[in-house]
Design a binder for this molecule. Sequence first.
Ligand code: NDP
Length: 464
Amino acid sequence: MSDYLNLIAGQWQPSVTGRTFENRNPADEGDLVGTFPQSSWAAMPAPKRGDVLFKAANLLEARADAIAREMTREEGKTLPEARGEVGRTVNILRYYGGEGARLFGRVIPSERDRVFMHTLRSPLGVVGAITPWNFPIAIPAWKSCPALISGNAVVLKPSELAPLCATRLAEILVEAGLPAGVLNVVHGSGEAGGAIVAHEHVRAISFTGSEATGGKVAEACGRRKVRVQLEMGGKNPTIVLADADLDEAAGIVLNAAFGSTGQRCTATSRAIVERSVVEAFSEKLVAKARAMKVGPGLDAGIDVGPSINAAHADRVVTEVAAAASAGATVLAGGTRLTEGVLGKGHFVAPTVLGNVTPQMTIAQEEVFGPVAAVMPADDFEHALALANDVRFGLSATICTRSLSHALQFAQRIEAGLVMVNLPSAGVEYQVAFGGSKASSLGPREQGPEAIDFYTTLKTVYMKY
Ligand code: NDP
């Protein structure tokens, strides 16, 4: 009698569960032919799956600086921003590691005598994650971790523009004990993403990227009737009321518009300011924007790194020029920066536009660059109407000292993330993330809600 193993990627390996099953001779029940591994990531107790994520968090924490440097080299964001993203990914791994002990079902009272009803969560099977370049380790993590802790296998397709960080995440998860075949990373272009979306064994797709690609992914998932979750663009407003602390408000817009070179789906791209303070606010914002230091993200003291590539930087300045032709005033920036070392990369000056009106393309379409458009508003009602007058609805901020306006804003703004006296970007991993209208489709990512997307609910009825 022998103990047999699994053959995975050319290597004989034991079961991740440590459990086995017996193979017996049908002519003689006493003849045990061998024992074979009972293999399944899904069968491993969820808290044990969590141990793998906890170990991965420790490994990532130990390598944080090296991976942050690699991120700055491949994506361009400044080193402090890259360190922040790696730190956040450590938190994501720990948070979903802990969720392994919290995959709760519910006990529901039956209307019948001696009937016990409860719900159980089951994994979906194989799920696909398709990710963009702007958060090259955090987005792969916040999709993979809830999928893995729920017991799914994952096929991850990172962006061709920043594939290294996702590879580092996968290496760390494997080193932490993730069994072979549970996380798969497929590099390549949209063609590779399309193949994952179309594959008959993939039961759900979580996608972050552009609206155009998101539409294609949703159509393909609809045809196959599999779950889909889309996170796409934004045209996020920051409303500044006349009662706000204007210096603080300018700092909030500065952070949200120019942080990560404006390449965040939650970036503020419209500052909607009460007319009585629009001049004073714009002066402060312009002064702060001009003082920002633009340069290579690995250099000390840099505030704003490059755009992801030349085509993207060109697109940003073209859109600024189009806004100027349509009547907007360029108050700061508006051009590529090419002097000295900047000539080697794709740098755009932090740009502030004044007198932007809602009909202009710059007020409606996402730029994904360091551009803030200042739009004057008559009062709170007018500002709210302008804020909602776009097809997107991801994140929105109000700067005010009025509790009444803050609460009305929270109720009436068409956005999934609502901030009061805080930047529109800068979200936390332990709460739901997502938007409304054309920004998002499907259940929320992050926080405990993320588990809903990656599990199916069974309702169990038992007569006793
Ligand atoms: P894309 O939509 O071009 O790409 C996103 C991912 O989808 C990439 O991995 C890409 O591969 C892949 N892909 C491309 N075509 C297909 C296809 N037909 N089927 C399946 N997958 C495909 O977006 P970007 O990566 O260029 O990201 C920038 C955009 O993403 C911005 O416009 C921004 O608004 C949005 N975004 C939204 C976020 C949110 O949370 N709401 C967060 C970050 C970005 P490859 O790139 O290798 O070709």
